[in-house]
Structure formats: C-alpha cells, structure tokens
Design a protein around this ligand. Structure first.
Ligand SMILES: Cc1ncc(COP(=O)(O)O)c(C=O)c1O
Length: 443
C-alpha cells in the first residue's frame, strides 16, 4: 500500500533529499509524501523498486506511445549506439524523420529538430519574431507551452491574479520574472472568439505570433473550437502574424496530428514527445515561407538555430521506429481504446454517484471533478473547485493502490502496448479505486 514508510521508494526519496532540492529534478511528477521510483517497464506496465506493478497510463506524459520495450525502437537504438551516439556531422536519420513529419502534418513542409518541446516552442517564438520584426506573443489563458518564463505567463492563473474575463492578465509563474518580459505576453481567453479578436486587434502592430495548444491537456483535452481556430487563422493571415500550434502533446491526436484532425493549419508547429520514440526530442516545422527564416543558403541569416544535441542520431532512429509503428490503423485502435476507457470510467463514476467526468479525445483522457464539459480555463478552474488538488491527490493514491499509474492531475494517455484486455483490467481496477474514493468523499 502507498504510502509505506518502510518501502525502498521511501528510502530513496530520503536519500534524494540530501542532493536534490525537494528530492526531485522534475516538479510536475512529484507527489506526497514521497514519490515512487521506477525499476523497469514492460509493455504497458511499470514495476517500481519495491516490486509493485502498475498499468502505466502516463507514458512519461505521452512520449512512450508504444509503451516499454517496443522491439523496433529497442533494436534501432541498439544498432545506432553501436554505430555512433552523436557526431558533429548530420546523419541520414534526421532527413528520414523530417520526411515522416512532413508527410504527416499538413502544415509542415520543412523541419528543424530541438531536444525538447520547450526548446521547440522557444525556437518557434524566436522565428516568429525574426519573421515579423515584432516582439509580442499572444497565448491563450492557462496554456502550457513549456519551461521558459515568457510562455509561462498565465500558466495556472487563479481568480486572485487572472484579471477581467475578456482581457486576462499575464501573471508570472515564477518569482522574479521581469515585468518587461510579461509586457510582451498578450493573454487571450481560450475559445472566446470575439474577446480574443478584440484583444488581438489592440495589439496587432506589436504581435509576432499567436501560440495555441489546440487540444490542451490542462483543460482536460477540450479542443479549441473550429470557429476559434478559424478566426485565429484569418486574423493572423490578415495581419502578418505567425500562427503557431503547440502540438508537443496533442500531436498524438491522429496520423495527421491535431491540425490534420481539426482542419486548420498554422504557419509553425512545435512538436515533441512521441516523435522521439521515448528519447529526448522536439521539432519546429512549418510552411516553406515561414521556415525560410532558417535558410542559410538563401542569403544573410536572420535566425540562427543550433544545439549540441540537435538532430542527435539516437533520438532520430528511435523517432523513426516509433512513427513507422503509428499507422492510421494503429491510431484508430488507440482512439477506440481511449473511447472505451472514457465510457467505462464514466459509467463507474455515475454508478458511485460521483459528479465527475472522463473527458478527452483519441488516446488522451482527463479525469475531472465535474460532469459537464468545460471549454475554457476559467470554467475548468471554477468547476474543479477549491478542493481540486486535495481531491486529485486522494484519487491519485486510490488509483495507485489499485495498480494504475495516472498523472497527479488526472491525466491518462494510452499506448499501443495496451490490449483490449488491459483496458478491461484498467476498468476493473478503476472501479475499486473509484468506489474507495467515493466512500472517502462521502465520509
Ligand atoms: C503542450 C506542451 N508544450 C510544451 C511542452 C514542453 O515539452 P518538454 O517537456 O519536452 O520541454 C509540453 C510538455 O508537457 C506540452 O505539453
């Protein structure tokens, strides 16, 4: 049972405290009173250092779309490690992975690699500034785009600092964020067409880019509406502003990514996670016109982009193997399993009288403490209620004790390693966890 003060994980956590502040180097994955340490993974299951086995519904926040030990990825990595880990010369593998991305994402004609999703967003933002000669970046309220201070503005805002609904403020995430940086962030309300267009209109002469995650995990995978995306597309085109889609997470929405599914194309796309097959990666892709900013063969360079591990062959070959294993049929199966999971969870939530919902789309699911879908950040925040984090902590623990690993904020993403029997087993285990949770809630 978790927590267990005698467990090996608890001991490792204590040991980590001496050498890592907070006993972690990744805040988003920690939980109380200690975090569980992983030993190994196999298929869709993870074994921790105490021998407990969990069905992994986090898949390292989506990167492991084939689960653990997927043979084509393992073989590709082994073979590449024997050839070389990395080199100052490029390899054919980076062309091959670029070709796969270009073939799949309809808004991408050309690609540049990075080492993380954060870096991909950062490079896309810099490119937009270089293209337009303007400095401001508009983003949707509550949107997550990685770990740098400009795009962290208005990530997790609260009623105390979020400002007027139609004109959201840009509160910093971290202490010490320079005001001059926050002044460069224009926050618009997700899915509110008129308010967003009014705000963008005010700032249009200073705006380099509008960035949006079209199916944000933090909103429980509520997609941006067609009307919203179309309005952004039109506004950006009319005003020479670069439209950036952050598909670092939601790129797993289908064979043609989120943009293929939603039918609106950006100028630049930030990718990451699944395209690296479990190794560190990010990418910026875009139209030929937008990507020309990086073209050092076409004239004086306006936008420099490099990195010691950029295009490293290990990530490239793992990514190629991962993407080749993601055919349209495989995406269809992932989606069907996602739907079965959500349906099964909702039935059980209702059976136990829980005012909850399993929201989501394709292989992305989010457990929520309300039953009507929310389609913007404030709705999500207000309906989740003040006790959200405490309740989520209890639910997370109940799921953990039934052998289900989900993210601490109720996120569950599937992998191709899961069979229909694994979905059934997940639902049987979740039933016990949800019942325990409901009883505790009622107490
Ligand atoms: C939408 C989105 N953008 C950017 C990032 C940052 O990617 P990374 O963690 O690889 O830096 C993430 C990571 O979760 C994400 O979900």
């Amino acid at each position: 049972m978790f927590p267990d003060s005698q467990s090996r994980s608890a001991a490792l956590f204590d040991r980590a405290r001496a050498v890592q502040p907070g006993a972690n180097t990744r805040h988003m994955i920690t939980f109380a009173p200690y975090v569980i340490y992983a030993e190994r993974g196999n298929g869709c299951r993870v074994t921790d250092v105490d021998g407990n086995v969990y069905i992994d519904w986090v898949n390292n926040f989506s990167t492991n779309i084939h689960g653990y030990g997927y043979p084509p990825i393992v073989e590709a990595i082994k073979a590449q490690a024997e050839r070389m880990l990395c080199c100052i010369l490029p390899t054919e593998a980076e062309i091959a992975l670029s070709e796969i991305i270009v073939e799949r994402w309809p808004g991408i004609d050309q690609v540049r690699f990075t080492n993380s999703g954060t870096e991909a967003v950062m490079v896309a933002v810099k490119a937009a500034r270089a293209i337009t000669g303007r400095s401001k970046i508009a983003k949707t309220e509550g949107g997550y785009h990685g770990q740098f201070d400009l795009v962290e503005a208005s990530f997790l805002p609260t009623p105390a600092n979020w400002g007027p609904e139609d004109r959201p403020a840009a509160p910093p995430l971290g202490h010490g964020t320079p005001q001059s940086l926050l002044d460069e962030a224009v926050i618009v309300p997700f899915n509110a067409v008129d308010a967003t267009l009014a705000r963008l209109e005010e700032e249009k002469d200073a705006l380099a880019a509008v960035i949006i995650d079209p199916i944000p995990a933090r909103l429980g995978f509520a997609p941006a509406s067609q009307a919203y995306l179309t309005a952004l597309r039109r506004f950006c085109t009319e005003n020479g502003i670069v439209l950036i889609f952050d598909e670092v997470f939601c790129g797993r929405a289908g064979y043609h990514g989120a943009q293929g599914r939603l039918g609106v194309l950006p100028d630049l796309t930030a990718l990451g996670k699944i395209i690296g097959g479990g190794l560190p990666i990010g990418a910026v892709g875009g139209t030929k016109e937008a990507m020309a900013i990086f073209d050092n063969l076409a004239g004086p360079l306006k936008m420099s982009h490099s990195g010691t591990f950029t295009g490293n062959p290990m990530s490239m070959v793992a990514g190629i193997a991962a993407m080749r294993g993601l055919t349209p049929e495989v995406f269809a199966r992932l989606e069907a399993q996602g739907e079965s999971l959500r349906r099964g969870l909702m039935e059980r939530m209702a059976a136990f009288g829980l005012d909850m919902r399993a929201n989501g789309l394709a292989s992305m699911t989010s457990l929520q403490f309300f039953s009507e879908p929310a389609d913007n950040y404030r709705e999500f925040h207000n309906r989740s209620g003040d006790a959200y984090l405490d309740r989520m902590r209890r639910l997370h623990r109940d799921m953990l004790n039934e052998g289900l690993l989900m993210a601490t904020r109720g996120l569950m993403v599937g992998s191709t390693a899961m069979t229909d029997a694994d979905i059934d087993e997940t639902l049987a285990r979740a039933e016990i966890a949800l019942q325990a949770f409901a009883q505790r809630e009622a107490a």
